[in-house]
Ligand binder design. Structure first.
Ligand code: ADP
Length: 494
């Protein structure tokens, strides 16, 4: 293949990319994957486009003006300015223009505004490549925010010499976020409804749906979620349509930043430790219990939960589950912020049970001390495209207990199922407090056998969740796209 002899050129389009912008897992992927790809032996030329959100302008980045041009809009052309900076060896293009400058927040909560912002961003990123005469082989877009680029590529491709050989990949991080409310914004940028397409009528003007319709390949962030997307329970009402695309759908598990999350070096942990000196971890537990003003009983299991308090995360299952096992000796810490009702339920649990602490804020340092000092982390998600919490938990010797869904099922090996010598945590099937309690009880029995528990901890700590593994799979996907080959990897059943 002629194309594969020179460096593969990949343009990443994402609404978030850490360390510049991170709201959730999307930021982690677009922050870590490009440099992991660049570190592979075949080292593709990956560049990232990101909106130049107003708060980023305060952060003294070393910027070079890259380009200036106009993007057509029904109300008249919009001027776009692009600046370039280098982050961890990856060129980042920061795209500015009136729709992006209009909002302080990454997501305003108003999808018409956000649709205008992200549609402008998507089209501007494509125009930028043309101005720079940097012809991407792959347009790798993420979620609904960048999906308009995929749709635009399909619309222009036939008559556009610059983009005629470019292939598109759409990575879905969270399927239900289809971009409802953004449809008018797309039309104003000249992206019409996909009338008479394979999409259901209600979806034929929604950005993510249009991306799913027209991307050359689609992937999501775990093989488990890729298969679940084809079912009525998880398919966001697009399962039947997605089934028509199942040969182009794969799942690639996200990695974990092994430098940022390392218990042997984490400066926010009072005591660092490794799988070989787990006893040092006990001091972290003692200090954490003191900090939380809980009983400093190192033998009583300390259960934890850390998340953004959304119904997706199954947070509502936890209060009842803990009440159902109140007669056992355990303590618990909940860290999170989000839905006011779920926060109030956590507050109430804290008031009712002296062995529970609920801390309702975002606090990275405390999260790390919890991973480094608690015994078990609860992840009762209703759905979980990939999930980082279980991987961090394992890496820190905090045994994960999660619902058997999506990325949780792909990464946690349940203690009872299969060989206990391979197990790294606990899984439960049904999204109910009773099922959660049953599995918590099961896990506490294992906890009481210290030798077996240490085995669980050590196996989890030694798992390979590196980005290098994911990057190789993405590279394989890119190469398959360019050669027109069927891509190796998961064949989703549907
Ligand atoms: P999602 O991206 O759906 O929120 P993930 O499991 O992929 O879920 O990632 C969540 C990340 O956010 C983890 O690193 C977790 O530790 C962190 N996190 C969530 N809530 C908090 C909080 N209140 N304080 C600190 N870190 C948090």
């Amino acid at each position: 293949m002629e194309n594969l002899k020179c460096k593969l050129k990949v343009l990443f389009l994402s609404a978030e990319a850490s360390p510049l912008v991170k709201i959730g897992g999307l930021g982690d992927v677009a922050g870590s994957l490009p440099s992991a790809l660049r570190s592979l032996p075949d080292s593709p030329d990956v560049r990232v486009a990101l909106p130049f959100y107003p708060p980023l302008k305060e952060s003294n980045l070393d910027l070079t003006p890259a380009a200036s041009f106009e993007i057509a809009h029904t109300n008249g052309p919009l001027i776009c300015e692009v600046f370039e900076t280098l982050i961890n060896g990856v060129p980042m293009y920061l795209i500015d223009g009136p729709p992006i400058a209009a909002d302080q927040a990454v997501y305003s909560g108003d999808n018409f505004r956000d649709g205008t912002k992200f549609c402008f961003f998507s089209l501007a990123a494509m125009e930028l490549c043309r101005v720079l005469t940097w012809q991407p082989d792959i347009l790798h877009t993420h979620d609904w925010h960048a999906a308009p680029a995929v749709y635009n590529l399909r619309l222009i491709k036939k008559n556009d010499a610059f983009y005629k050989d470019t292939k598109s990949l759409l990575t879905v991080h969270n399927l239900p976020y289809l971009g409802h409310g953004a449809e008018g914004a797309l039309q104003a940028f000249g992206l019409p409804r996909a009338h008479m397409s394979a999409l259901p009528d209600w979806a034929e003007h929604l950005p993510l749906a249009l991306g799913l319709l027209t991307a050359d390949k689609i992937n999501t962030v775990s093989p488990g979620y890729a298969a679940e997307m084809l079912t009525p329970e998880f398919g966001a009402n697009l399962d039947e349509f997605l089934t028509t695309r199942k040969d182009d759908l794969t799942g690639i598990l996200n990695g974990l930043d092994l430098v940022a999350w390392n218990p042997t070096t984490d400066s926010k942990l009072p005591v660092n430790y490794s799988p070989e000196d787990l006893k040092n971890r006990r001091e972290n537990k003692r200090l954490l219990l003191e900090e939380l003003d809980l009983r400093t009983d190192l033998d009583a299991p300390l259960l934890a939960m850390i998340n953004r308090m959304d119904v997706q995360k199954g947070v509502d299952l936890v209060p009842k589950a803990l009440q159902l096992m109140a007669e056992l000796d355990w303590q618990a810490v909940i860290l999170g912020t989000g839905d006011p009702e779920l926060e109030e339920a956590a507050r109430q649990l804290d008031r009712d049970y002296p062995q529970v602490r609920s801390i309702l804020k975002y606090d990275d340092g405390l999260a790390r001390r919890i991973y480094g000092g608690s015994d078990l982390i609860m992840i009762p998600s209703r759905y979980e495209p990939c999930g980082l919490t279980q991987m961090i938990g394992m890496r820190y010797g905090c045994v994960p207990l999660g619902r058997a869904t999506g990325g949780l099922k792909d990464t946690i090996v349940d203690y009872q199922l299969g060989n206990p010598k391979k197990s790294t945590g606990f899984l439960f099937e049904e999204a109910s407090s009773a099922a959660l309690t049953d599995t918590l009880r099961r896990s506490l029995e294992v906890y009481n056998d210290r030798r077996r528990w240490r085995g669980l901890q050590r196996r989890g700590m030694k798992m390979d969740f590196s980005w290098e593994r994911s990057a190789k799979e993405y590279m394989n996907l890119y190469k398959g796209l360019l050669s027109g080959r069927r891509v190796e990897g998961l064949k989703v059943e549907g």
